[in-house]
Design a protein around this ligand. Sequence first.
Ligand code: HEC
Length: 125
Amino acid sequence: MKRKGSLSVLVLVAFSFLAGCEILQTENSFSKDLALYGVSSGGTAAFIALKTVLQSNCASCHSDFVSYTEEEWVDNGYVIRGDADNSSLYQRLRGSNTGGPENMPPDSTLTTDEISVVNAWITGL
Ligand code: HEC
């Protein structure tokens, strides 16, 4: 009787362990990125923050922006590593120190925090 009791406790523990693993597998950051961006993303915290800003302010017109890797941003000429002021992605932001009134986004302005996110990502690249 006593043995049976501890056996079922053991089985219970084993099951909850397995259930825990399953939750970890379905709730990993990859599936969250998929839900947020529709693409697999990953990358540094600064890059993920950048994509969040682009997703809510730019993707309606520039849908390709949220799928670029960090290398693609550099390779296609939008970003110069470590130099936000000379990166067209940053220069085009209205409200940045290089942006003008006719700049992006056309009908709104990023918050100071959002502009800082773009600047910080480029500066840290
Ligand atoms: C309402 C639509 C719209 C939104 C939102 C928008 N853009 Fe644009 N963007 C355009 C159009 C149209 C052009 C082309 C005309 C021009 O160059 O001004 C353009 C051009 C650009 C260019 C230069 C052209 C290129 O692709 O090489 C950059 C860089 C850019 N946008 C960045 C952004 C960023 C960053 C955001 C978000 C913070 C943004 N845009 C939001 C419509 C938009």
